[in-house]
Design a binder for this molecule. Structure first.
Ligand SMILES: C[S@@+](CC[C@H](N)C(=O)[O-])C[C@H]1O[C@@H](n2cnc3c(N)ncnc32)[C@H](O)[C@@H]1O
Length: 258
């Protein structure tokens, strides 16, 4: 399997969010903010109430945590699961940064098997990588704290019917039957890659700084419907402020797999 790495020319002036080495450096040197947007308590509440309300829910929540980086959110989720007598080993943390995964695996090393979360290295925009997650699927919840925000800065994916079929997600292949190429925005590519890992009652719960993160994405809308978009006031310190700065909000999105 190819190593995660940049597969396209970077736009001049664009941040390096699409380069795993950029993240490795931040995580290895302690230069990352640690928690993007906020510590994610409100997001955690939404995830837990989704799991609690799930019909036929057993005791092992299956949660796919997209791009955890060095956030503590996965650990908090696992602790909350333990408080409810649930297992923690259905939580799968996936990041394309080798350093994030190394740190995560190290932190889990001494956990009992029923508590230990999985940490896997994969580029969520590569079907070759994402398909390695199928043994953990189907997931109940997709947890996404500002990872879609980072992915939204990547360039569009051009997929051709002449590409190696094994590298094209089965959800994308049908689009190539009427057109020789299809162009997906990066968030659409992510959304389509999540389809084979999920089922009709899966919920994608995301925190974003954008009011439009999942809007106007027709390929995404074929498989995911927006249930709610809830404003969350950004706490002072999350954003720079002066006496004349308007209030700033982040947004909690809840989307249902169709
Ligand atoms: C904005 S940070 C968010 C980190 C964490 N969720 C938080 O809230 O602090 C984006 C994270 O997504 C990861 N990431 C970005 N693009 C990715 C991709 N294509 N596949 C897997 N992980 C990715 C980065 O390595 C980084 O850990």
């Amino acid at each position: 399997m190819a190593e995660p790495g940049r597969t396209h020319t970077k736009l001049v002036g664009a941040p390096d969010y699409d380069d795993p080495n950029f993240w490795d450096f931040r995580f290895a040197t302690g230069r990352d903010v640690g928690e993007w947007l906020n510590s994610g308590e409100a997001l955690l509440d939404v995830v837990l109430s989704d799991l609690e309300r799930r019909p036929g829910f057993q005791d092992t929540p299956r949660v796919l945590h997209l791009g955890p980086g060095v956030s503590q959110l996965g650990m908090k989720l696992r602790d909350a699961c333990m408080e409810r007598q649930w297992m923690g080993n259905g939580i799968v943390n996936v990041d394309f940064s080798a350093e994030a995964v190394r740190l995560g695996q190290e932190a889990e090393r001494h956990q009992a098997p029923h508590k230990a979360m999985h940490w896997l290295r994969a580029d969520l925009l590569s079907w070759e990588h994402v398909s390695t997650l199928i043994p953990f699927a189907p997931f109940d919840v997709i947890l996404d704290k500002s990872t879609s925000d980072a992915i939204a800065t990547f360039s569009d994916r051009k997929i051709s019917s002449e590409d190696d079929l094994s590298c094209i997600c089965p959800t994308v292949r049908p689009f190539l039957s009427s057109e020789p190429t299809v162009t997906l925005s990066p968030v659409e590519a992510l959304a389509l890659h999540l389809v084979p890992l999920t089922q009709t009652n899966t919920t994608w719960i995301a925190l974003s700084y954008s009011t439009l993160r999942f809007d106007s994405l027709p390929f995404l809308a074929k498989y995911w419907s927006l249930r709610s978009r809830t404003p969350l006031k950004a706490t002072p310190g999350d954003v720079s402020s002066t006496a004349y700065t308007p209030e700033v909000f982040h947004w909690i999105y809840v989307m249902d797999r169709k």
